[in-house]
Design a protein around this ligand. Structure first.
Ligand code: PLP
Length: 394
C-alpha cells in the first residue's frame, strides 16, 4: 500500500492534477531537502580536495552511486551518473568499438533517444540497422528477434516499457536470444526503473540507461549501468585520469573514468535520496498502486464514446502510461482544455516517437496521461470526467 500521506511531500498536488510523470516526475520534499543540505552544509567539489567539506561531499557522492547500484540489483559492473537517459545511450553509441559488418537491432517502439544514435551510426559508419515493428498494441513478436539477431549483431537496443503505449517488452527473453548469438543488450529503462522493480542480473542486459528526473530525482540526472565498462569515455579531462604527463595519460578506473569534469553533485545527492524514498515505499507496492490506477483509467476512458485508447488493455503487462485520442480533435487541443478547465497536466503529441506514430497511422500523436506513486483515484476520476465532457462536445 502506498500511504496517502505521501501526497503532502509533493505540495503542488494541492493545486493541480499531475498526470505527466512519464515526461518528468515531481520531486518530494526530502529530495529537495537533501539537495539544500548539500548547498548549505557541505558544498564542495568531489574527488579532489582534502579539506573536510570536500571529504563529506566526495563520500556522499560515492554513496549515491552505491545506492543507485543497489536499486537496480547490480552486483558487478559500473554505474555512472549522466545528465539523462539520452546521454547514457549516446555514450554507448559513441564508445563501443564498431567494426565493419556490425549490426544493430532495435524497434519502432523506441523513443528518439534510443533511435537517432543508431541511425547516425548507420548513416556515418555503415552499420546495418534493423527495426522491428510492433503490433498495434505495442506487442513485439519474439520470432522477429530470432530472425533479426544473428552472429553479426553487435548490439540490440530496446526499451523496457513504451513511453507511448505503456506495454512492457519481454526483455529477459530477448536477452536469451542475444546471449545465444553473442550480441550485447542495451535496455532503455527510462519508463520502467521508476515504476517497477528492475534487476539487471535478472534481466540479463549488458547496459541499462535510465533517468533520475523520472524517478522523483532532480532534472539533469540520469544513469548508465554497464556490465563490462569497456566503452571509450565520451569526455576526457579532470577527474577521469590517474596519471598525466606531456607524453600520455592513464585513465582512472571506476565510475570516475566516465565522469570527467565537475559532476552534478547536488543532483546526484538528490537522486540518491529519491532512490531511498522509492525503496521505503517498496517498488512492488509502487507497481501495484500504479497498476490499480491504470486499470481504473483504462476502463473509464474506454467507456467514453469517441475516445480511442491505445496500447494493451487492463489485463496486459503494462505500466501506467495511457495514450488516447478524442474524436478527431488534435491532442494538443485536448491537453490544453484539460489544463484550462480542470488543472490536469498531460502530455500530447508524438512523445518523441515519430516513427511509431507513422507506423500507427496517427501523425498528430496522442494525449498521454501517465502516473506515479503520488497519484490517486481522484486524479484518475477527474481525468475521466473531464475527457468525458470534452468528448461530449467534440
Ligand atoms: N527513453 C524513453 C523510453 C523515454 O520515455 C525517454 C523520455 O521520455 C527517454 C528515453 C529520454 O529520456 P531523457 O529525456 O531523460 O534523456
Amino acid at each position: 500500500m502506498i500511504p496517502t500521506e505521501i501526497r503532502a511531500d509533493f505540495p503542488i498536488l494541492s493545486e493541480i492534477c499531475y498526470l505527466d510523470s512519464a515526461a518528468t516526475s515531481l520531486s518530494p520534499e526530502p529530495v529537495l531537502a537533501a539537495m539544500l543540505e548539500f548547498e548549505h552544509v557541505y558544498r564542495a567539489n568531489v574527488g579532489r580536495g582534502v579539506h573536510r567539506l570536500a571529504q563529506v561531499a566526495s563520500q556522499k557522492y560515492w554513496d549515491a552511486h552505491q545506492k543507485a547500484r543497489r536499486f537496480i540489483g547490480a552486483e558487478g559492473g559500473e554505474l555512472v551518473f549522466t545528465r539523462n537517459t539520452t546521454e547514457a545511450i549516446n555514450m554507448i553509441a559513441w564508445g563501443l568499438p564498431w567494426q565493419n559488418g556490425d549490426g544493430i537491432v532495435t524497434t519502432l517502439l523506441e523513443h528518439h533517444s534510443n533511435l537517432l544514435p543508431w541511425m547516425r551510426l548507420r548513416d556515418q559508419k555503415g552499420i546495418d540497422l534493423q527495426l522491428i515493428a510492433p503490433a498495434a498494441d505495442g506487442a513485439l513478436d519474439l520470432a522477429d528477434f530470432e530472425r533479426a539477431i544473428t552472429p553479426d549483431t553487435r548490439l540490440v537496443a530496446i526499451t523496457h516499457a513504451s513511453n507511448v503505449l505503456g506495454n512492457l517488452v519481454p526483455v529477459r527473453e530477448i536477452a536469451r536470444i542475444c546471449r545465444d548469438q553473442g550480441a550485447l543488450l542495451l535496455v532503455d529503462g527510462a519508463q520502467s526503473v521508476p515504476h517497477i522493480p528492475v534487476n539487471v542480473e535478472r534481466l540479463g542486459c549488458d547496459f541499462l540507461c535510465f533517468s533520475g528526473h523520472k524517478m522523483l530525482g532532480p532534472t539533469g540526472t540520469g544513469l548508465l549501468w554497464m556490465r563490462r565498462p569497456e566503452i571509450e569515455p565520451l569526455l576526457l579531462g579532470g577527474g577521469a585520469v590517474d596519471q598525466v604527463s606531456t607524453s600520455g595519460y592513464t585513465l582512472a578506473s571506476g565510475y570516475t573514468r566516465f565522469e570527467a569534469g565537475t559532476p552534478n553533485i547536488a543532483g546526484a545527492i538528490g537522486l540518491s535520496r529519491a532512490v531511498e524514498y522509492l525503496e521505503a515505499l517498496g517498488m512492488e507496492d509502487v507497481k501495484r498502486h500504479e497498476q490499480a490506477l491504470t486499470r481504473r483509467m483504462l476502463e473509464g476512458l474506454a467507456g467514453i464514446p469517441g475516445v480511442r485508447v491505445l496500447g494493451p488493455g487492463p489485463a496486459g503487462d503494462r505500466i501506467g502510461v495511457v495514450s488516447f485520442t478524442v474524436g478527431d480533435m488534435h491532442p494538443h487541443e485536448v491537453a490544453t482544455i484539460l489544463d484550462e478547465e480542470a488543472d490536469i497536466m498531460v502530455r500530447s503529441g508524438h512523445h518523441c516517437c515519430m516513427p511509431l506514430m507513422t507506423h500507427l497511422g496517427i501523425p498528430d500523436g496522442t494525449v498521454r496521461a501517465s502516473l506515479h506513486c503520488y497519484n490517486n483515484a481522484d486524479d484518475v476520476d477527474r481525468l475521466i470526467e473531464t475527457v468525458g465532457k470534452i468528448a461530449g462536445g467534440a
